[in-house]
Write a protein that binds this ligand. Structure first.
Ligand SMILES: [Zn+2]
Length: 295
């Protein structure tokens, strides 16, 4: 059963219509009984790869087994082509006592409560994102509970540990209620390849979850576990140099200067999402390390 996706909209009308048409979730039910999964795109409104992939896939998609929900994470931000309108939607799935008043009064907070009613119905989530940094590498974020799903993704890097260092996302929420949450970073948001990665990964997810016949073979993947997130202690955190995502750092390597203080690694690490900070509490980098398996 499908709702809302029969009509192919012209490009100019498309995003204007998204907010009106896709407040609700599209549900596709297979002929045979089975589990329920959910796919979200546009949780960050300017990360269009998932939106494009979904527009391409949905009109002709047939599900053999179970139920799949497809949803637009943040329709207002998608329409405005912005990461978010009032608060970062991918942080407000945290428990209420950890959110600020501003976050709790935001459009995104209300949207998160709406999305939770659908996340609660599913056993597994695929949430599709992209990076604003050119040449970013594609990777999957999940915990060990999603191991049997992500091994079929066309992605060679799987990162865990985000629930601890960066809670509050859709995948965090799913894991917190005993379901499997997967966040996919498709690389640079303006690279056409990102939509292709999103599309292939949606199919891999549907196949691994048993909604379609699985003809895929498991991929060879590298595992990284995040262990630290650094928040700026001053209003001037300056990186020692620009770092690429997953760039390898030696023990005791200088990462940046926080006010007057040198910030260095405590052990060999891989750095992620490194940028300068301009206020106390800015999230300026994450550190992880390579692991033998998904832990
Ligand atoms: Zn994102």
């Amino acid at each position: 059963m499908r709702a809302g996706f029969g009509i192919r909209l012209t490009k100019s009308l498309y995003f204007a219509k998204v907010a009106v048409m896709f407040e609700e979730i599209t549900k596709i039910v297979g002929r045979e009984e089975g589990t329920t999964s959910i796919v979200l795109v546009g949780v960050h409104g300017d990360e269009k790869c998932g939106v494009e992939a979904l527009e391409k896939i949905l009109p002709n998609l047939e599900i053999e087994r179970g139920t799949v929900l497809f949803g637009y994470g943040n329709p207002q931000a998608i329409e405005a082509n912005k990461r978010y309108t009032e608060a970062n939607l991918n942080r407000v799935f945290n428990s209420d006592d950890l959110l600020t008043t501003k976050e709790k009064e935001s459009y995104e907070y209300r949207r998160a409560q709406f999305l939770k009613t659908y996340l609660d119905k599913a056993e597994a989530l695929l949430d599709i994102h992209a990076s604003s940094i050119p040449n970013s590498r594609a990777f999957v974020i999940c915990e060990a509970n999603a191991k049997e799903i992500v091994k079929f993704f066309p992605i060679n890097l799987v990162v865990s540990g985000f629930d601890k260092v960066e809670p509050g996302g859709t995948d965090y929420y799913m894991n917190s209620i005993g379901k499997a949450g997967i966040c996919l970073e498709c690389g640079y948001m303006k690279d056409p390849e990102s939509a292709k990665i999103a599309e292939e990964s949606i199919f891999a997810f549907l196949k691994a979850r048993g909604h379609m016949t699985n003809n895929l073979v498991p991929q060879k993947q590298t595992y990284v576990q995040m262990f630290k997130k650094y928040f700026a202690k001053t209003d001037k955190f300056t990186l020692s140099k620009p770092f690429e995502n997953f760039e390898a750092l030696e023990e005791n390597q200088l990462i940046g200067i926080d006010g007057q203080e040198e910030v260095k690694t405590s052990k060999r690490s891989l750095i992620l999402f490194a940028h300068n900070g301009i206020k106390v509490g800015d999230e300026v980098f994450l550190l992880g390390e390579e692991k033998e398996s998904l832990v």
